[in-house]
Design a protein around this ligand. Sequence first.
Ligand code: HEC
Length: 147
Amino acid sequence: MKICLLASIATLGVLLSPTTAATQTGDAAAGKDVFRKCMACHRIGPDAKNAVGPVMNDVIGRQAGTIPGFGYSELNQSAGKAGLVWTEELIFDYLADPSAFLKKFLTEKGQADKATGATRMVFKLADETDRRNVIAYIKQFSPEAKK
Ligand code: HEC
């Protein structure tokens, strides 16, 4: 009985895995509301400038840690140098726990020595629908992502 229950939980886990969820398209209009939370630190749009966090224009399709004029943490820069290029799916995973995501990425690239410290992006977004929607919103300001 116990084993059967564990098996069903495992199956459910597969069905609800972040990768599966990220492939569903979000609602950009709803994402605009979610982005209010990001606006504590990020700006987006034609007149946007770097603030506490880097500007969110042109992020999807870009190497991590390379928005011009922003002073990134070592961890964020290292992940970019190790080959992290933001896709919708990767941002989906990142938003759930930014520091953990960057450390995992570096470790998987064989650079566990650089997987130290923390990102200054201290914000986490747990809700999957919110994550999908906010990414759909950000995508509108990432011309590379639309190609
Ligand atoms: C408390 C401030 C804060 C909030 C709120 C915040 N961020 Fe950030 N974010 C940052 C900072 C600071 C960085 C740069 C991190 C570093 O250098 O380690 C960052 C980095 C990022 C990056 C990586 C950028 C790059 O060029 O590699 C993405 C993507 C991102 N944030 C998305 C979001 C989204 C989407 C939200 C809202 C759901 C959000 N952030 C909310 C502060 C914040």
